[in-house]
Design a protein around this ligand. Structure first.
Ligand code: SF4
Length: 219
């Protein structure tokens, strides 16, 4: 399904990648590698530090909120906090594409929305989507990406060389009305207001647990 909000797609993001070599599995490994550079700390202590105004990088931290009567949650790749505010939301993709897809922007907009729901100021909150070469999930150079983004910002587009190829970064400001429109469209499916819209992206169907029974499957 399209949009990144609907259950079946969320369920395809399984982290069980043992023995798999497909792009999705390599993407999971890349995210795990980036996460390994950020020390874990207990949730309560982490949010206490954020409220105290410490400069902090939160990786894969659970965010929660509501849209109308529906509870929502998400795990952004990285949120950088300082002065009691989110300063950047960073999302990393492992793909041969040159630019982020519309649904990548939808996904990050959704994380920004959740931060707003949690009471943070998200007005003019910048986010950056990094498109990493598919084979860079093994690269130790992944650890450089967050600092590189912070050094180069502000930018609309930037790139960074890895031995596996170029990492492309695209920056935008969170657009709250746009995200509310998209959430409203997504929620209309759960309200029974509209039919589901099948994805046009074949790899999503290949990774989808429902591909054997879905009449729209491209797998
Ligand atoms: S098989 Fe494809 S179209 Fe059908 S639910 Fe899964 S991702 Fe969506």
């Amino acid at each position: 399904m399209t949009g990144g909000y609907q259950t079946w797609e969320l369920m395809t993001t399984s982290k069980d990648v043992e023995g798999r070599t497909d792009p999705l599995a390599n993407g999971v490994r890349g995210h795990e590698k980036i996460a390994s550079y950020t020390p874990d700390s207990p949730v309560k202590e982490t949010w206490r530090k954020v409220i105290d105004g410490e400069r902090l990088r939160l990786h894969d931290q659970l965010l929660i909120g509501m849209f109308e009567e529906i509870y929502l949650s998400g795990h952004p790749d990285l949120v950088i906090f300082a002065d009691q505010k989110p300063k950047f939301v960073l999302e990393f993709k492992f793909s041969a594409k040159n630019i982020p897809s519309a649904w990548h922007h939808s996904q990050v907009g959704f994380y920004c929305y959740l931060l707003g729901e949690m009471g943070f100021d998200v007005d003019k909150l910048p986010y950056v989507i990094g498109i990493f070469p598919p084979d860079s999930h093994r690269s130790e150079a992944l650890r450089k990406a967050p600092n590189y983004i912070l050094e180069k910002f502000p930018f609309r587009r930037e790139s960074m060389e890895l031995s596996e190829g170029k990492v492309k970064f695209v920056a935008k400001l969170y657009d709250h009305p746009d995200t509310v429109r998209e959430l409203s469209w997504a929620v209309d499916y759960w309200r029974g207001v509209r039919d589901p819209v099948p994805t046009k992206i074949d790899w999503k169907c290949r990774a989808c647990f429902a591909s054997d029974i879905c009449e729209f499957s491209l797998a």
